[in-house]
Design a protein around this ligand. Sequence first.
Ligand code: NOJ
Length: 767
Amino acid sequence: MNRTKILTLTVVSAVQLAVVPFRAEAQGASLSTPQTEQKIDALLAKMTIEEKVGQLNQLSSGSLTGPSSVVRDGDALIRTGMVGSLFNSVTWKETNAYQRESIEGSRLHIPVLFGLDVIHGFRTTFPIPLGLSSSWDTDLVEQTARVAAQEASSQGVRWTFSPMVDIARDPRWGRIAEGAGEDPYLGSAFARAYVRGYQGRRLDDPSSIVACAKHFVGYGAAEGGRDYNTTEISERTLRDVYLPPFRAAVGEGAGTIMSAFNSINGVPSSANAFTLTEVLRNEWKFQGFVDSDWTAVHEITLHGIAENDEAAAQKSFLAGVDMDMQSAAYLPHLPDLVKSGRVPVGRLDDAVRRVLRIKFALGLFERPYVPEVVDANPTEVPASRELARRAAEESFVLLENRKVAGFPLLPIAPVAGQRVALIGPLSDSAGDMLGPWSGEGRASDVVTLRMALAPRLERLHVGLTVTQGMNAAGSETSGIAAAVEAARQSDLVILALGESGHSSGEASARSRIDLPGHQEELLEAVVATGKPTVLILFSGRPLAVEWASRNVPAILMAWFPGLQGGPALVRTLFGEAEPSGRLTVSVPRSVGQVPMYYNRLNTGRPRVDPIGLGSTKSDPYYVSGYIDELNTPLYPFGYGLGYTTFEISGVKVSAASISASAVNAGRAQLTVNANVRNSGTRVGTETAQLYIRLRGTSVARPVRELKGFKRVHLEPGESSQLAFNLDREELSFWNLDMKNVVEQGTLYVWVASDSSVGDPLRVDITE
Ligand code: NOJ
């Protein structure tokens, strides 16, 4: 057994709850029971202050996911009960071995909780979360999370630092790849889906893992898109935009929350009593525990609100951070802080109770070890592979599909004797297909586009030339000539361009959001050959590809599609799979438009009045906009083409007026009906999106807000009647008095295929 005996530590100077069984909204899963609380009481009574603090100490046991130095003798720390959680162990042998130190070696035999960044799969790597969100398919996402939970738990990993539910409105921020995009309503739906998938029906099912909604909160609002940066967020925006997905995750029963790196209005998130205690615990009644992000407790000294680690430990802990990831600030300092009365013992017991509650909920006390895993490759499980392929297919967003020789270029149908040129640095780059945070995913499990395309074309007796053109960084141009020659000799070009897998993710902000390096030159040179060209974009963020949008007939956004990316792309190119993804982030025309998001507030001088509401008069000069750029995105939120067409019609609202007080009291709701018809000649999936706008309210509301969506799969000519409900949840907002209520005013509601179109119906909201 090759277990590392090394734990890593960062270089940093070295009210008991009422017993309220917590019920997850949807599943009725419970984080605790009165019996569990009694067991916790009994355990707490036996623990020394040091042992209690030990439960709040979390260390990395293996590979690094942050700045670090190495401290030896981790086992001794475990045996003295000084480690509550370890993360980054990925094999059953290692987790069992560490567990044995705690169960057999420590005085109280409390099991260790093993965590890991299982972000879009464990070994079976699914598309990056931004790609998965483009499916608008919450069932699909739940299934991927379930597979991830099964694989991770089999190795003893019972805790994932996922889902990342940060709303992201700035594509410069590399971590936009890890979330579900820019919209709080959609983000909340995905937050719930991930929690359901990871935590399963019961947390004590050995194949369930506890979810961690992160990063609490506002992390995605980093100024300038620079990771870890400061944020300024009003309380209303915090509550309307950034908090809802966390609330959804907590409502679904998420057992843990990770506190973020950023400060909000000058207060670091990892020492923020308002968000961590007032909102999370007091308002939402969260009963799990809060883990800091990697060294975030120590980092409040760098933010400047603590002079040293002792003060940092005190501030973070009192604000509501229960567990200290990797700062090693709680372990040395909390015992004295408690003994000297600077931290109440009740707060210590509360934090330990929360951690033990999750350990009991997972069944770790009964089953601390996992059975030996026979060395099998889980990516070979047909159902998992099939799911990975379907997830990739559903994540693709078709941005353009213009006619070439009278027909849309996609799907393709090359015939015997023809030749295809596959060009670009992402054509055959297995590692890049995994994208950032690929966990245990291995390049050797990936089927690339080239690997999937070559045998398909061979069967069809179609020739294939593959040439990289340049590397993903686009740092040299010497391969362009060969790429152009390959294009000239072909009947069809497939260009695989975009970012490397690690150009997005943590600490990977970009100041430009176009194709990296000289890739644009490669693109333009190949397109200049006049050969029909399909551009496949691989990326962890929206890319500003304005030239391509005007000059390339077919563009498919493939994100980082995971290990079945190649087969999924080939099936999509050949029309066996229908691209059905819709953007969950606006794609800007240029970086200068950032931040760009569809649900913005209007101004008093809007350039284009949204969806024709209110005044349409606008001065040509004194308007809010740029003198050198449009305000509109290149591709709007919710947008995506398919191989067929749809019509949305017959939108009806159940009432022309509704009483705000009745909706607030839960006595009234609106129903919106719409008809969706497949008006094309191929089977396809439409995502009908319900948007609202509120006017006449005490504070300005966004020009449009998503408040419902439904995916419908329709045969050619087939129709489906859809019904959406609008009740308190959808119609309320944080008003002038900072109350979450439905207000009197006017409601406009419409159902559309993306956020840029619509035909609003008016409903009066009376008192
Ligand atoms: C830092 C990242 O911000 C966080 O998302 C991750 O879970 C931790 N490192 C642990 O790896």
